[in-house]
Each structure stands twice: as structure tokens, then as C-alpha cells.
Design a protein around this ligand. Structure first.
Ligand code: GLU
Length: 549
């Protein structure tokens, strides 16, 4: 068979050679031996998820720790899955989490010398490499229709052998040049298949940087590399792109492990060096005591939008993901509470290969600690940015009362045992919402031992003696006085000792006041809050509760 002739027949418009791309356009990168080149390769389906982010942090650390290159490549070859605006969402979501790419797609266009970085613009490259495979006799056109393929599958099932296009079942493997020519003249559509040299007995060895040594069966199927519309399959695009972009480490989900034999054969066939594969574990969660994969359908927390909508600080999500990415991160953090996460030496061999457990409660705990280290000014900026994006109606109040908000956010942060009230914007706004009259609500009930009329009596006494200029101890002395005058113990322990002698203790009185002013039975220090809210607001709140029927 004259493969050269076949190649020209199939790809008449392709005039460039594989060498042109290999040597002239995309030569080996001028980087040090240790430098790693990684890429994130999301598909623009409109859904960017935690798995993408998890992989992206691994990519980013590998590249930037080694002074290498981190690329954003958009895998947009699947027309059916493409969603309008999805690329923008990918780029802005990744930017939100502070991921910095050195090359690839960006809001301002494409950056770098190894592009195009959108697969849809790499047609000529795929076709050239595919043509080369035909020339060396390792790829061929297959004109089988869906029905014919279905027929082959049926026969295979009847014969009780593996299904697929391989060996003697690969009908078009042996087509002559003339057969191909006639089919082409008849405008029959075709896919291009790899002519596999594998069989069902042989295995190959490979080292996965996360999973260690693997022994896998070789590929024996004549897999499709170009679809009928000339668009490459994932397998082919992965091999071509990662080679020509000179990617050294391919970090991707473990769902790709089963097709690794195809990629292995393609790399070997093309005579290209394999990248280091790093197959990451699935993100799991505990659901009703059972560990399972996070699912797009069941778990809103899988989507990155979830974190942006709730207004998590990107540093908190990063810190948390690092704890599940590397098992020694938390230990390092305990030793170095003040260091930047970038100082942590990330390693692939400390990654879990059996499912990384994701836990929102843990993220929230970590977020509390991370926010403590972030200045209130920065938290305020995040709050405002979040409000502008998701809760426009509160942006103005936040701007108008900026000083008060900064003070509210600062309460209790400087003590030896600092308060950890702040988690994410939605929650933070809920936490300080009592300050804003439009959002203030009484959510908690008075203590059980205090009826409404009694509460009103206590509040009246409070209002009468209230002096906004009292310092904290003068203020509390007055509350204690109100308590004793109304039959409450001045100290909780007195009440505990002699419950029959009192209606309750000073704590109950404080709670009534707290509920009137803040709407909740627990909050930071009421005196401090009153100072921030101002006298008028305090008096109005108390008065309001006294006057309700
Ligand atoms: N486009 C593929 C995906 O989104 C990329 C897989 C890979 O990283 O190779 O799953």
C-alpha cells in the first residue's frame, strides 16, 4: 500500500509537515531540567467545578514551584457541549481563586508561543499529525456507518468476544487505495482510526506520579482519532496538544486512567516522549454515613459558583483544598501559622490516590482561621465585591456605613482568644445585618422564664437609665442594678445556689436587652455594638420592643 498516496488523498489541503510544528513552530522549551510545564484543560460546558480547581492548584504548584509554565487550554471540540459565555466563566472563576496562568486563554486574548490555546483553532495541527500517521501506515479511514458498527457489535456479542473495532473485526483496516478512492468519490463520510499494534494479552508498565507503578493492558482497539467532521477525539487532541505545548506533567482526573493505554500507544507510535501522568483521586463526601463521589446533580458545592455566590474568600478555599491535596499540609500549617501557602513545598507523592474527602464544615472552620489573618479592610472589600456581584441591594448600605461595618468586623479579633465569627460573605452579612434597620429582625426568643410583659418592664428600666456615654463597667453596673431591683440574682452562681429566691439571674436580663438591640441571644459584646450603632438606633430598638402589643 502506498501510504503516502493515501495520506494525500485524505488530506489534500494539508501541506505542512510534522517537522514544521515539531521543530520550527513549537521547539523544545528553553527551561531548566527541573522546570515543569502543566496545563489546565477545561471544556467550556458552562460548569466549572471543584475538581477543576483541585487539579488547577496541583498544576499551578508544580509549575510555579519549579519555575515552569502553567497553561490554560480550552478543550472546545465538542460542539454539543459548548455553552455560550462558558470560556469567560472559566477564566473569571479561576481568576477569582487567584490562579495565575503564564500562557493560554485569557480575558485579553491568547498569550504565549505554543498556541492556539483553543482546540477549535488547532485544526491544521491535528490534521497534519493525523496525515503523518497515515503516511507511516498507522492510521486509516473507516467508512463504516453507525448501523454497520452496530452489526459488528451484534456479531461480537454472539461470538462472545470483546466488542469494538479491532483485529479481524476492523472491517476497513484492509481497504485498498482504490476502495478508498471510490468511497471518497461517492462522498462517503469517514473517521480516521489508529491502526493499533496491540493485542489482548500484552501489558505495559508506567509510573504515575500519584499512583506509583502501574501495569496496564496495552490498547488493541483501532480507536477513532479524527471524527467525521475532522475534529479530533480527546485521545488524539490530548497527545498532540500536550506534546506540542511541551507539557511535562499531565494532571487529570482518575476517570482518564482507563484510556491511558490509548494515549500510551499514540505517544509511542509518534515517537514522542511521554509526559509524567498524575491521575488525581475523585473528590468524595460523606453522605448519610456513606462515602461517595461528589455529584453535579446532587451536590451544589461541586460547582465553583457555589463558593463565589456565598462569597468565600479565595484564600480560604485554597487553604482548604491544600489540606486535602497534600496530607502533610496541616502539620506544616501548625508549625508555620503565618507563612504564605506558596512557601509550602507541595509534592505529588503526598497526594491521596483513593478518593479525597471533601467536607464543607472543615472548609468553614478553616475559613474562620484564614479570615482572622486577613485585614478587616480586605474583608470589607470582598464583601462589597460580592454584594456588587450577587446582592446589589446591600452594596449601597455597605458603602454608606463603611466605618461602622469595619468596626463591626473588627470586634473581638485582637484578643488572645480571638472571636471567629466570620466565614463567608453571605454569612458575614447575616452576622452584621442587625446593624441595618432594613435587615434587623428579632430571630431569638426571650429566655423561658421571662414573659413578654416582664421583658417590657426590664427594657423600660434599661431605657430610663441608659446613658450612651457610660463606659463598659458603668453600663454593666446599671444592668446589674436593674436585675436586682426586679428580683434577679446579680450573679448566676447566686441563682444556682438558691433558685427559689430569684426569677432568674443577670444573664437573663442581658439576654432580653441583647435580643431587643441585636435580635439574637448571642452576639459579640453588646456595649461595644451599641457604641458602633449609636445612641439613636439603640434607643429606637428598645422603644420598638416596648411598644409592640
Ligand atoms: N477536557 C478534559 C476535561 O475537562 C480535560 C482532561 C485533561 O485534563 O486531560 O475533563
Amino acid at each position: 500500500m502506498d501510504y503516502k498516496k493515501l495520506a494525500d488523498m485524505l488530506f489534500p489541503a494539508i501541506t505542512k509537515s510534522i517537522d514544521y510544528f515539531e521543530e520550527t513552530l513549537f521547539p523544545k522549551r528553553d527551561l531548566s531540567e527541573e522546570a515543569k510545564v502543566t496545563r489546565l484543560a477545561p471544556s467550556p460546558t458552562g460548569f466549572i467545578h471543584l475538581g477543576n480547581l483541585y487539579g488547577a492548584f496541583v498544576d499551578e504548584r508544580l509549575a510555579h514551584q519549579s519555575k515552569g509554565v502553567f497553561i490554560l487550554r480550552i478543550e472546545d471540540t465538542d460542539e454539543k457541549r459548548k455553552v455560550e459565555g462558558a470560556v469567560k466563566t472559566i477564566i473569571s472563576s479561576l481568576a477569582y481563586f487567584d490562579l495565575k496562568f503564564d500562557e493560554g486563554a485569557s480575558i485579553g486574548g491568547e498569550v504565549g508561543n505554543y498556541g492556539p490555546y483553543f482546540q477549535s483553532n488547532r485544526g491544521e495541527i491535528y490534521q497534519t499529525i493525523a496525515k503523518h500517521l497515515v503516511e507511516i501506515g498507522r492510521a486509516y479511514p473507516c467508512f463504516c456507518t453507525e448501523e454497520e458498527l452496530g452489526e459488528i457489535r451484534k456479531q461480537q456479542a454472539a461470538a462472545n468476544v470483546n466488542t469494538g473495532y479491532y483485529g479481524k473485526w476492523a472491517r476497513d483496516r484492509g481497504l485498498s487505495l482504490e476502495d478508498v478512492q471510490i468511497n471518497l468519490e461517492n462522498n462517503k463520510s469517514f473517521v480516521l482510526r489508529l491502526k493499533s499494534m496491540g493485542d489482548q494479552e500484552t501489558t505495559f508498565e508506567i509510573n504515575d506520579a500519584i499512583r506509583g507503578h502501574l501495569s496496564l493492558p496495552v490498547n488493541y482497539q483501532d480507536v477513532v482519532i479524527l471524527k467525521a467532521n475532522g475534529i479530533p477525539t480527546y485521545h488524539f487532541a490530548h497527545v498532540v496538544d500536550d506534546h506540542l505545548m511541551r507539557v511535562t506533567h499531565v494532571v487529570r482526573g482518575e476517570e482518564w486512567l482507563s484510556t491511558l493505554p490509548i494515549h500510551f500507544e499514540l505517544f509511542k507510535t509518534l515517537g514522542w516522549e511521554l509526559p509524567v501522568y498524575c491521575h488525581t483521586a475523585h473528590l468524595m463526601k460523606i453522605d448519610n454515613g456513606v462515602k461517595r463521589k461528589l455529584s453535579k446533580r446532587k451536590d451544589p458545592e461541586l460547582g465553583l459558583e457555589y463558593y463565589m455566590k456565598l462569597g468565600y474568600h479565595p484564600a480560604a478555599v485554597r487553604e482548604y483544598l491544600l489540606t486535602i491535596i497534600n496530607s502533610n499540609f496541616e502539620e506544616w500549617r501548625n508549625e508555620k501559622p503565618e507563612s504564605s501557602t506558596n512557601d509550602f513545598l507541595f509534592t505529588l507523592n503526598k497526594m491521596s490516590n483513593s478518593g479525597a474527602l471533601f467536607d464543607l464544615n472543615k472548609l468553614n472552620d478553616i475559613s474562620k482561621n484564614v479570615l482572622l489573618k486577613i485585614s478587616v479592610e480586605e474583608i470589607y472589600d470582598l464583601l462589597l465585591q460580592w454584594a456588587n456581584a450577587y446582592r446589589e441591594e446591600i452594596a449601597n448600605p455597605l458603602i454608606r456605613y463603611k466605618d461602622a461595618v469595619l468596626k463591626l468586623l473588627s470586634i473581638g479579633r485582637d484578643s488572645i482568644k480571638p472571636r471567629k465569627d466570620l466565614i463567608y460573605c453571605e454569612q458575614i452579612f447575616g452576622f452584621i445585618s442587625y446593624f441595618f434597620d432594613d435587615y434587623f429582625k428579632v430571630v431569638d426568643k426571650y429566655p423561658e422564664n421571662i414573659e413578654d410583659t416582664e421583658a417590657k418592664k426590664l427594657l423600660k428600666a434599661y431605657l430610663e437609665t441608659y446613658d450612651h456615654s457610660d463606659d463598659q463597667s458603668q453600663w454593666f453596673d446599671k444592668i446589674r442594678a436593674i436585675a436586682t431591683e426586679n428580683g434577679y440574682a446579680a450573679k448566676p452562681k447566686d441563682y444556682k445556689k438558691n433558685p427559689g429566691m430569684y426569677k432568674g439571674d443577670v444573664g437573663d436580663v442581658s439576654t432580653v436587652i441583647r435580643i431587643a438591640i441585636i435580635g439574637r441571644s448571642s452576639s459579640p459584646d453588646v456595649w461595644e455594638l451599641q457604641q458602633i450603632m449609636g445612641e439613636e438606633k439603640v434607643r429606637k430598638r428598645i422603644q420598638n420592643l416596648i411598644s409592640v402589643n
